[in-house]
Design a protein around this ligand. Structure first.
Ligand SMILES: NC(=O)c1ccc[n+]([C@@H]2O[C@H](COP(=O)([O-])OP(=O)(O)OC[C@H]3O[C@@H](n4cnc5c(N)ncnc54)[C@H](OP(=O)(O)O)[C@@H]3O)[C@@H](O)[C@H]2O)c1
Length: 328
């Protein structure tokens, strides 16, 4: 089968399309023919091993000390079709269309991937996919969609609440905007200038270009501030919350976690990331997408052969919503 082999840490040209052996499912696994895989910011961060301390060293030990050796194929989000099942598999059959997230199992930049019917990888998750969208669209749902859905089950948003989303134009961000709207919020989206028009097109009422304006200095208050990227000014964000407001950082750095313990919070709630990777959540997303309530935002799609170009594009920071590769 064709797969993109990750040959070195660093620039995208270390991603090489090669012919490798097609995997065979174990008794509890299914073999998926992957039709599309997302190319996320996290993929590019793994590629460069630009991962914040204290995760960088354990990840390097896990992936390979000097070059990727244990993990050979990047990519974590996929949509595809089951083409073979192990003899103990009960939940899926050949022909089922699925989507999922392989977490630290990686391996979705390939024509085929085996996965346990109940994924065992850290954060791994899989379910049948929504049928009213394309494979490309479906491949972008598992990570950003779950982060957004899980966040808005933890943060209680009421009709008319003012919700500000930092990194609103990204993968987690575009799904989060839609969940905030679903709960009746008035949404402010913070991102860089080229994403703002897209944000208005998905219903964001107010937009702020973070490269030009600091939302913590405009005197406005919010009921919820959700940071998808870990780039929000922490003290200023807490000051910008209404009295009973909630600050949620789904991508906290070590300093944010320490700051959260020190700040005087009063009635304000300060939350950090919590894992929401469950089949149940993927199935909820399937239902919401099939009901037309949630819709993936796709910026660009590249064939597998252009994986280097896809990574270069995501590296530019211009990505709006999601980028995918299609695998013929
Ligand atoms: N996708 C995954 O599988 C995965 C897994 C684990 C962790 N994560 C982490 O979760 C974070 C968010 O993921 P994502 O996939 O949603 O990323 P994304 O699609 O790249 O979205 C992040 C958005 O935030 C914007 N941004 C950057 N700094 C900002 C700031 N200070 N204020 C406001 N906006 C800012 C970016 O714009 P510019 O680039 O133009 O600045 C971009 O539009 C990433 O750090 C990623 O590493 C992702």
């Amino acid at each position: 089968m064709k797969a993109v082999i990750w040959t070195k840490y660093g620039s995208p040209d270390g991603l090489q399309l090669q012919e490798v052996e097609k995997p065979t499912p174990k008794d509890n696994e299914v073999l998926i023919k992957i039709h599309a895989a997302a190319v996320s910011r996290a993929d590019t961060e793994f590629r460069r091993l630009k991962i914040p301390f204290p995760f960088s060293l354990p990840l390097r030990l896990y992936i390979g000390l000097f070059k990727p050796s244990r993990v050979k194929i990047l990519g974590t989000e996929f949509a595809g079709e089951i083409v073979q099942t192990g003899k103990n598999v009960t939940q899926y059959k050949v022909g089922d269309q699925v989507y999922g997230y392989t977490g630290l199992g990686f391996g979705t930049y390939a024509e085929y991937r085996c996965i346990s019917e109940k994924p065992t990888e850290l954060a791994g998750v899989m379910s049948k996919r929504p049928t009213n969208i394309s494979y490309e669209e479906a491949a972008t749902v598992p990570f950003g969609g779950i982060e957004a859905l899980h966040s808005f089950t933890r943060v209680k948003v009421k009709q008319g609440d003012k919700v500000l989303i930092v990194g609103a134009g990204g993968s987690i961000g575009t799904y989060s905007v839609q969940f905030a709207k679903l709960h009746g919020a008035e949404v402010t989206g913070v991102d860089s200038g080229n994403k703002l028009e897209m944000l208005r097109s998905i219903g964001v009422e107010h937009v702020i270009d973070y490269t030009k304006e600091d939302y913590t200095k405009n005197g406005k208050k919010y009921d919820v501030i959700m940071d998808t990227i870990g780039g929000s000014p922490f003290w200023g964000s807490v000051q910008s919350l209404n009295e009973n407001g909630t600050y949620l950082n789904v991508n906290p750095k070590m300093k944010h976690m320490l700051q959260m313990n020190w700040v005087k919070r009063g009635n304000k709630k300060l939350l950090t990331w919590e894992a929401g990777y469950s089949t149940e959540n993927l199935l909820k997303l399937k239902d919401l997408i099939e009901a037309g309530i949630i819709k993936p935002v796709i910026d660009r799609s590249y064939p597998l052969e252009q994986i280097v170009e896809a990574h270069r594009y995501v590296d530019t920071g211009l990505k709006k919503g999601n980028v995918v590769i299609t695998i013929a």
